[in-house]
Design a protein around this ligand. Structure first.
Ligand code: ADP
Length: 260
């Protein structure tokens, strides 16, 4: 059931009572589950033929290297890139439907975030360097408490956020991953001085397939599924995510995760 209420006020704004609406959302939940199952099934069915097409295009391109006209080579390469894009979208859709239906086979163990974030920063540092960006991790000298979580889920959360910071920041930009404690939560901020996001889009970017298209971001490839996956995973860890951003100034994504 879902309940909504509002007060009933008198002429002098005194409270006379309240109207409460209680809605039975069983059908909505069932429909939601059927939708998730349908998306998962269709995605699964599409993935293997698409992978075959992708492999075969790669083989043809390789075998005919140097024998194709420039335009044919361009067409085949575009077809190969597009199938790769579809394969990533399908992978993301499958992940998302698993997270939404709660069937994630998460293996919970104590995780030291300094180390996990350090590995991601090392790994993605190569990509940042190709854009002459600096990517650094800052954390207190004393060890922070561990959190009980699935390391793969955490890698997906911070890998996505840091990859976005790299993608949506100009060459030569700066990205800082800052880790500290606030109250009972570990706080991880991914801060960039990149393209930023207009205020009116800030709550929409967590919706599936939503992508902000500006002159600077139009040609950046992506699926629009990264942030919904990140949000779903953070919530499955009982955490919260928020964003602050301003166009041309940059963005800060903040994740709060309760410690053990
Ligand atoms: P994708 O990156 O595949 O498009 P996401 O769900 O990860 O999908 O992000 C949704 C949109 O949010 C992006 O298309 C981009 O417009 C915006 N966005 C995400 N991260 C940033 C960032 N660090 N700076 C600016 N815009 C961002």
């Amino acid at each position: 059931f879902m309940a909504r209420g509002r007060p009933v006020l008198g002429e002098r704004k005194e409270c006379l009572g309240a109207v409460v609406t209680i809605v039975d959302i069983t059908n909505m939940k069932v429909l939601d589950r059927l939708k998730s199952e349908f998306v998962a099934k269709v995605s699964h069915e599409l993935r293997s033929p698409l992978s075959t097409i992708h492999e075969q295009l790669a083989l043809v391109l390789n075998d005919l290297m140097g024998q194709l006209s420039e335009s044919d080579e361009h067409l085949l390469s575009r077809a190969k890139e597009k199938t790769q894009g579809l394969i990533s979208t399908i992978g993301d859709l499958l992940d998302l439907s698993r997270i939404e239906s709660g069937i994630t086979c998460q293996e919970l163990k104590p995780v030291q975030l300094e180390e996990l974030l350090g590995n991601i920063v090392d790994f993605l540092g190569t990509r940042a360097r190709t854009k002459s960006q600096s990517l650094t991790l800052e954390h207190p000298d004393q060890p922070l408490p561990t959190i009980k979580a699935d390391p793969l889920a955490l890698e997906s959360v911070f890998g996505n956020l840091i990859a976005n910071a790299i993608n949506y920041t100009q060459n030569g930009g700066e990205i800082v991953v800052r880790l500290d404690m606030t109250g009972i939560n570990l706080r991880i901020r991914v801060i960039d001085n990149g393209f930023g996001i207009e205020e009116r889009y800030l709550d929409k970017i967590f919706d599936r397939f939503f992508r902000v298209k500006t002159d600077k971001t139009r040609f950046i490839t992506g699926t629009g599924l990264g942030l919904p996956i990140v949000k779903g995973l953070v919530e499955s860890l009982k955490g919260r995510i928020s964003v602050e951003s301003a166009p041309e100034k940059g963005s800060t994504f903040t994740v709060l995760l309760p410690v053990d």
